[in-house]
Design a protein around this ligand. Structure first.
Ligand SMILES: [Zn+2]
Length: 147
């Protein structure tokens, strides 16, 4: 699991830019997000599952997923109800649903060789770029921040 800090904007997240980050100065709230590679049996490929740490309501993904991961050798079925609510269930692995060890091994190799960066599921935007966005400019004006 990889843990990154991201900023929540309406319907999107971007990476924090670290020390002196413009978004931090503007008071945007941060969330910790766990990024978990999983094998998607429907799309038949490795995908990155984002799990917000902050949301611990019973219908949130994290508490349900943590419980499901304790089940031995199970298929975990995740259904998204809306942006924050999920249903997570487990059932025995079926012969009909097979993963693809070649795809999984290729992903693991790329991850270990650092030829892929799973945190790239969220965009990185420089402070210079962010300061060109009208919503950011409005916040900067309201807070009296010029750079
Ligand atoms: Zn920041």
């Amino acid at each position: 699991m990889t843990k990154i800090a991201v900023f929540r904007q309406p319907r999107s997240y971007v990476h924090c830019n670290g020390d002196g980050c413009l978004l931090c100065k503007l008071g945007y709230k941060t969330d910790d997000i766990f990024l978990m590679p999983i094998f998607d049996l429907i799309d038949h490929k490795v995908v990155i599952l984002s799990v917000r740490k902050a949301n611990s309501s019973p219908k949130a993904l994290r508490p349900q997923l943590m419980a499901a991961l304790k089940a031995p050798k199970s298929l975990i079925e995740i259904n998204r109800i809306d942006n924050i609510n999920y249903t997570v269930s487990t059932r025995p692995l079926s012969e009909n649903l097979k993963s693809d060890p070649d795809k999984i091994n290729a992903f693991v190799d790329a991850y270990n060789n650092e030829t892929i960066d799973i945190s790239e599921v969220y965009p990185r935007m420089t402070d210079e770029f962010l300061s060109t966005l009208s919503t950011i400019q409005k916040r900067m004006a309201a807070k009296g921040i010029t750079s």
